[in-house]
Design a binder for this molecule. Structure first.
Ligand SMILES: C/C=C/C(=O)SCCNC(=O)CCNC(=O)[C@H](O)C(C)(C)COP(=O)(O)OP(=O)(O)OC[C@H]1O[C@@H](n2cnc3c(N)ncnc32)[C@H](O)[C@@H]1OP(=O)(O)O
Length: 258
């Protein structure tokens, strides 16, 4: 592991693993950790040798949200409406590449918002989500009220936001809050497998489709369809499509061209 003590980074081929490392506080994120998370994902996006990132937490928990001990001491995470840094760090960054959350244990409050910011969520048997900050008067300011209804629908999101109740892995999978299941202790392994599969695809095409899918949330239909074809044209121009189609005609497998 390299990087600041509260956040570690490790490479595995084209995959970057980012780990929140404050286990004594259930990986709650203070100012330093928020900055380190933001810096790690900015660097990931700028590094052409990396294709997919994984966000995880040390020692059996994903993240217990913002560091409430720091908040109580008047040293809470900066809250700035402008710019692309959220109080938890990267939650307002629009990356050009996907991030997968590998979730063991608690992913609550701001920790749940970090998970919602990720493209996909792998949950182990121990995973627990919840808007636990409901109890402490801390608002959702890392995208939770925006992303949760879009991911699981308004009715379910309203329930979770109003009640702050705990959600286990079975329910998370059933309502689309999580995408993949893993046995306890194996979320990172499953996320790594998934990341390697995604990293093996033609990258221009995958990134263009991902970005178009993400952006349609905020666009009207006509603008979204125009943006989709503009992004697709760039992929066609890159030569990736011709390379893939040629590989197909030569009987190569789905990853054969790359
Ligand atoms: C925009 C973002 C907003 C926010 O995120 S606001 C923060 C909201 N966070 C929460 O509401 C979660 C608060 N934490 C909890 O509810 C519980 O913890 C857990 C359910 C996550 C875990 O429970 P258990 O496994 O029983 O552990 P434990 O004994 O409560 O905690 C172990 C140590 O971790 C510290 N800790 C846990 N969460 C936080 C936190 N969010 N900020 C600072 N410290 C935290 C505790 O205080 C304690 O520490 P010690 O061992 O010194 O007593």
């Amino acid at each position: 592991m390299s990087g600041a003590a509260s956040v570690g980074t490790r490479r595995e081929g084209a995959v970057l693993i980012v780990t929140i490392n404050r286990p004594a506080r259930r990986n709650a994120v203070d100012r330093e950790a928020a900055q380190a998370l933001y810096d790690a994902f900015k660097a990931f996006d700028a590094d052409d040798t990396l294709s997919v990132a994984i966000l995880s937490g040390a020692e059996g928990n994903f993240c217990a949200g913002a560091d409430l001990q720091a908040v109580a001491a008047g040293k809470g995470n900066p809250v700035r409406p402008e710019g692309d840094m959220g109080p938890m760090g990267p939650t307002r960054l629009e990356l050009s590449k996907p991030v997968i959350a590998a979730i063991e244990g608690y992913a609550v409050a701001g920790g749940m918002e970090l998970a919602l910011w990720c493209d996909l969520r792998v949950v182990s048997d121990t995973a627990r989500f919840g808007i636990f900050c409901r109890r402490f008067g801390v608002p959702l300011i890392d995208g939770g009220t925006v992303r949760l209804p879009r991911l699981i629908g308004a009715s379910r999101a309203t329930d979770l936001i109003l009640t702050g109740r705990e959600v286990g892995p079975d329910e998370a999978l059933a309502i689309g809050l999580a995408n993949y299941a893993a046995p306890a202790g194996k979320a990172l392994d499953r996320a790594l497998q998934l990341a390697n599969d995604i990293a093996a695809f033609p990258q221009n095409c995958m990134r263009a489709d991902r970005l178009s899918a993400m952006r349609q949330w905020s666009l009207d239909m006509e603008t979204a369809l125009k943006a989709e074809i503009e992004g697709g044209l760039e992929v066609l121009k890159s030569g990736e499509t011709l390379q893939g189609a040629t590989a197909f005609t030569k009987g190569k497998g789905r990853h054969g061209a790359f």
